[in-house]
Design a protein around this ligand. Sequence first.
Ligand code: 3H9
Length: 692
Amino acid sequence: MSETVSVSKDGEIAIVTVDNPPVNAVGLSVRQGLWDAIPALEADDSVRAAVLICAGRTFIAGADIREFDGGALDPWLPEIVDRMHASTKPWVAAIHGTALGGGLETALGAHYRVALASAKVGLPEVALGIIPGAGGTQRTPRLTCAAAAVKLVTSGAPISAAEAQDAGLIDRIVDDLLPDAVAFARSIMDQPVPRLDPAPAPTDLTPADWDELRQTVQKKAKGQLSPVRGLDAVRIAFELPLSEGMDRERDIFLELKETDQSKALRHAFFAERAVAKPAALKGAKPRQLERVAIVGGGLMGSGIATAALTAGLIVTIIEQTMDAAEQAKGRVAANLESGVRKGRMSEDQRDALLGKLRVTNSYHGADGADLCIEAVFEDADTKRAVFEQLAQIAGPDAILATNTSYIDPVSFTDAVPNPGRVMGLHFFSPAHIMRLVEVVRTPQTEPEVLATGFALAKKMRKVAVLSGVCDGFIGNRILGAYGRMAGYLLEDGASPQQIDAAMKRFGMPMGPFEMFDMAGLQIGYANRKREAATRPADQRYSRVPDLIVEQGWLGQKTKQGYYRYEDGSRTAIPSEEFNALLEAERGARNITPRDISDEEIVASLHAVQVNEAAMILAEGVAERPLDIDIVKLMGYGYPRWRGGPMMEADRLGTDRVLATMQQIAETDPGSWSVAPLLSRLGAEATPFSSLN
Ligand code: 3H9
């Protein structure tokens, strides 16, 4: 029939199988196969009903996103789904794995749906900057209630088979998919074929309710268009007949598919998968991991321990005293407890995981560990002492990793025998929640050790990005340039509120000064002291952040930083104390504050990040621009709908980013120089994506 769609028969039931690995995406071949199969079965008198099922690990996971950059080729999915729904013989979709996007929409075109209990269904299109385009926004509301349809379309989050059954989207949950689906088809083949009511779906929601909902969705979307347009499309299902609603849905789908936001979100989707396959790891096999020892059970260490436990590993936390070790255990227990509260695990699962945790005050806890992760205070001498102990006690083949967020691992692991087993595993706090891990390779790290870091991240459901060694690795080094520029803009005349508000309008969840206050200002202070010896002499140095810390203001935790905070509140309130300090420092430095526009703030903060990233690429610290985008998206809250700083540079044009950077460097040549790679690409307006 087609390379990817085949038809067989079980008596009077036709079995239509889609087989398009890896996820049965509906590409042209699948569309053509289904388009041909439907009328062929309609005309086949020996067939009374059809079961649509998929080979491999999942039901159809959606349209083939790789085809989105070209024009849609006939036949279109909405027409196929309509053709199936119009069939005079009943179709039963048999779902396993994930029926997502166009996959669920195809299933909704069938007259019945059965699913394994482990299956999930969803309409994740909004995460790609589009809305469902094959009837999802129109059929879902006609099968379930408004609230469920709105949630599915605007959140993009999948639901379980049981939830889908409750919502009316699945008719039966079955144990043995194909035989049970065939038996189900046989049980309904004599009944009239059910049709979706083409009238507007009924609802109690008033226009004012819809308007309020739109505001809520818009606020949550933080600048992303697709959830809001998804809501608009669902609303249409309650106002217009099905065929008109389908046309409107299609218009919105096509309009959104061409937006920069959708291109950026598609880039993020593929980049998130591509980071797992850096060239440096080609052919490297990960080692088996069973036991992990973590040195340091503070916030970071206990977060890593939590993530390791949930990845199925046996974990030992090593602390300096038994008291501290017990406290670390308490932190892990609290992390797991919050997983129970959020429905991510049962109490039994929590207890089983806690049963795999040991805590101790002896380095002998590292005996027999396959991997040791150091997560102690960010100080090279302290870390060196840890590695000296680990090198003596852990086996000669145990992988030794450091969670340092800035320091070159070689500087404190140079005495470790067999340095090929040393790597950085830079987790982000809270480590059991944040999905990014920078896997840091020293010049000696063996590829299989790095591959083990990647495999560990995958087990933890995290995204690993390979980074070479430099101060701050990929993420924090770029953050350094961002923070430095934010500090100059502040000294030159902007307020923390103005800078933060401008960056939030850009799409960041918080501005730089809110972020510094939240993270605690002493970390940056310690870093600046460490960097003092190597800082270029003519680089402008803003003393403001140091002066704040020297007042004892450490941010949220002391209720005073760039902002002030009221008891128990994280709301940043403009601070007269800080403003006075800033004024005094401007006076001491003879800086006459100037008016700085929001556009300048956003363009400058973007340009210095891209410039630093271009240096990182040229040095080989990051392999590809997409690695940088993923670090910023997953570790620093960069708006996903912008695709990351490099994608954003391509959207603006590298020539434009170069022009901004040239201006910055001309104004303050001691502090900034234009990265040669940015100069080269910008001169030809060549996008960074050409290097991916
Ligand atoms: C849509 O349906 C629009 C319609 O409403 C309207 C049409 C008119 N296309 O994630 P994995 C690739 S929009 C092309 O690592 P997992 C993926 O890149 C679509 N390729 O596996 C990877 O390739 P590689 C709505 C796709 O088991 C490989 O498959 N649907 C697609 O961890 C394995 O993927 C979605 O948004 C695709 N649709 O997770 C669902 N999906 O090996 C998107 C995957 O070269 N997909 N690939 O790196 C997913 O969420 C996950 O892939 C899934 C499996 C949960 C299915």
